[in-house]
Design a protein around this ligand. Structure first.
Ligand SMILES: Nc1ncnc2c1ncn2[C@@H]1O[C@H](COP(=O)(O)OP(=O)(O)OP(=O)(O)O)[C@@H](O)[C@H]1O
Ligand SMILES: [Mg+2]
Length: 445
């Protein structure tokens, strides 16, 4: 705001201007800037130059008068017309200067008050806005607190019902569990059924296999028996025709010898097959189960095999913990061991002048017995290895092999002893059988 003291307070468009007046072309910016005294020739001149804003003037409009006395009248709310004798005019600034200055200062203060009021109003408005924001925030906070309280209440109610729901769920689970147990029992029953039918199928295949194997020796025996009866019929006819010639009798005797040999050979073969098949029929319930030391069964089996072992140019190293015990079927374990050793002697070292076999038995942490029997003999080609547990599979056909040894071994290990057997072999490097047997054999199903 311009300092009112800098501003000319006495203005006039008249030329020359009396002392104390500044001569200006009267304009709105001079006349409305603050309190001012304007000297004009007459009121008509004033009205001409203040048209449109004269009523907003603060101050005096001075006109010279010929009268001896001054005359005053109000022009606008804060403006007065003062007609003064012309020779008083030079004294006007000193007479009214102080008064106008005071009005100007009052006006400046008024303006400051106005500005202050304006600022206060603004501050008030800002305060209002802040208050509004505050109220809104408070409202929102209250809302959130209410929501929290509601959630807390809900949680409380949930907590109250939780126990009931847990109990309900537990009961549901119990029922579901019962259902599962039932399903499991049904599954076990079905599994047993399946096992039974699998066993029957297996038995059927076995019987068919045995019949097939017996067919050759029994067929051969039948053929020669028929031939014998034919020969004897011829001799009888010769006797009825008059008498038996000596040469005929000799020929028949030679034939009988020949036939007897063939018969014996074939019947031995048939007996052999039947003998080999016998262990398959032994059932778990009738086989004697007992507690025994593994080393004891190994010793007994090897003692029974000692004639063959002595004959063969091989060594057998046995590593077994003498204290390990089993509650199982010692007969089956003996058969298994015997088959493995016999096989190694028969197949692994054929045509070799030395060889080594190894038998290791050790208890495992999981309640099983690990038994490994290996040889460093001929080994097996993959095609043979893949079929060794099949019934009647043998590479010794016609040379005394029935192909039942490992089939029986497999069955004894699985069915009687409740364990597992696996084999690895490399041609020229040897073969290794690994058995995992529960030290307490499972109860028969
Ligand atoms: N230790 C081994 N080394 C090499 N080949 C083997 C060994 N053990 C078994 N085999 C092979 O596995 C085949 C099957 O053996 P398996 O004991 O079932 O019948 P087999 O010994 O031929 O006849 P059987 O035992 O009935 O007298 C054998 O013919 C042989 O080829
Ligand atoms: Mg064999």
């Amino acid at each position: 705001m311009p300092d009112p003291s800098d501003r000319p307070l006495f203005l006039t468009p008249c030329d020359p201007a009396p002392a104390g007046f500044r001569q200006v072309m009267l304009a709105k910016r001079h006349l409305l800037a603050g309190p001012v005294a304007v000297l004009v020739n007459d009121l008509a001149q004033w009205q001409a130059c203040s048209a449109g804003f004269g009523d907003r003037l603060i101050g005096l409009v001075l006109t010279p008068t010929a009268a001896a006395q001054p005359h005053c009248e109000r022009l606008a709310p804060l403006a007065w017309h003062l007609a003064i004798p012309a020779d008083w005019l030079p004294a006007a600034p000193s007479i009214f200067g102080g008064w106008l200055q005071s009005i100007a200062e009052a006006d400046a203060q008024g303006q400051q008050v106005f500005a202050l009021e304006h600022r206060m109003e603004r501050v008030g408005r800002e305060f209002e806005l802040t208050r509004h924001d505050y109220n809104e925030l408070t409202g929102r906070l209250q809302h959130q607190v209410q929501q929290l309280l509601a959630t807390q209440g809900e949680l409380g109610r949930l907590n109250e019902t939780l126990e009931a729901r847990v109990a309900e769920r537990t009961a549901d689970l119990g029922r579901a569990n019962e259902g599962l147990y039932q399903a499991l029992a049904e599954l076990k029953a079905t599994q047993n059924e399946l096992l039974k039918s699998a066993e029957l199928a297996h038995l059927g295949a076995l019987v068919a296999g045995i019949a097939h194997e017996l067919n050759t020796p029994i067929g051969n025996a039948l053929t020669v028996a028929t031939a014998l009866s034919h020969e004897t019929a011829q001799l009888r006819a010769e006797r009825e025709a008059g008498g038996i010639r000596r040469s005929s009798l000799d020929r028949l005797l030679a034939r009988v010898d020949e036939i007897a040999l063939v018969l014996e050979k074939n019947l031995v073969r048939a007996a052999d097959i039947i003998h080999h098949t016998k262990p398959l029929a032994v059932d778990r319930l009738s086989e004697q189960r007992r507690r025994f030391r593994v080393a004891e069964v190994i010793d007994d089996t090897l003692a029974a095999l000692s004639p063959q072992l002595r004959r063969a140019p091989v060594t057998l190293a046995v590593q077994v913990d003498g204290t390990v015990e089993m509650d199982s079927f010692p007969g089956a374990l003996g058969t298994v061991l015997s088959n493995l050793v016999t096989n190694a002697l028969t197949h692994a070292f054929e045509g070799r002048d030395q060889g080594r076999m190894q038998l290791q038995a050790r208890p495992c942490d999981d309640g099983q017995l690990e038994m490994v029997f290996s040889d460093d003999g001929a080994g097996m080609a993959p095609a043979v290895l893949g079929r060794v547990f099949e019934p009647f599979f043998t590479t010794q056909l016609g040379r005394g092999g029935s192909g039942l040894g490992l089939y029986i071994t497999y069955n004894q290990v699985r069915r009687m002893l409740g364990g597992n057997i696996s084999v690895t072999s490399t041609v020229g490097r040897g073969t290794s059988f690994r058995l995992l047997l529960p030290r307490i054999a499972p109860q028969p199903a």
